[in-house]
Design a protein around this ligand. Structure first.
Ligand SMILES: [Zn+2]
Ligand SMILES: [Zn+2]
Length: 145
């Protein structure tokens, strides 16, 4: 991906006749600055601090456009707020169910076998992203309250 999320968002909105609002720019700028994993709600509260008047639907719509443009990838979580990743190559995640901590997981999976098993069900696989759920080391060590 070349260029910043902010620049390509502005270009895409311009080409589609959408408005390049300060709120949308701020969301894209946060994605440019974000370290890997960020939730839609974190983006919302950070943008709200700088620019009042931003709405959750605007945050989602802008993140979806940035996803389409290849600047963020959505992490397939089963619960909690929508999670986005500034790392966009196909990789896996470990997610703590207690504190929500997200970490990349580099491990080899038999991608071809998963894709062909999906194909045997008539499913056209596009990407394989695994989420390993459980407890992070800290939460596993914490006393149950
Ligand atoms: Zn944890
Ligand atoms: Zn990741």
């Amino acid at each position: 991906m070349t260029g910043t999320a902010e620049a390509s968002l502005a270009l895409a909105l311009h080409l589609r006749g959408g408005r390049v609002t300060p709120q949308r720019r701020a969301i894209a700028r946060l994605i440019d600055e974000a370290q890997m994993h960020v939730t839609a709600e974190e983006i919302y509260s950070q943008v709200s601090e700088r620019l009042p008047g931003v709405s959750i639907p605007t945050v989602y719509a802008t993140l979806e456009l940035l996803e389409e443009l290849g600047h963020v990838a959505r992490v397939p979580t089963s619960s909690g707020p929508a999670l986005f990743d500034t790392r966009t190559d196909e990789h896996h995640h470990m997610i703590c169910r207690a504190c929500g901590h997200v970490a990349d997981l580099m491990a080899s999976v038999d991608r071809e076998r998963l894709v062909s098993a999906a194909g045997a069900h008539g499913f056209h696989a596009e990407q394989v992203q695994l989420v390993v759920q459980g407890l992070c080391d800290e939460c596993a060590a914490a006393p149950v309250s």
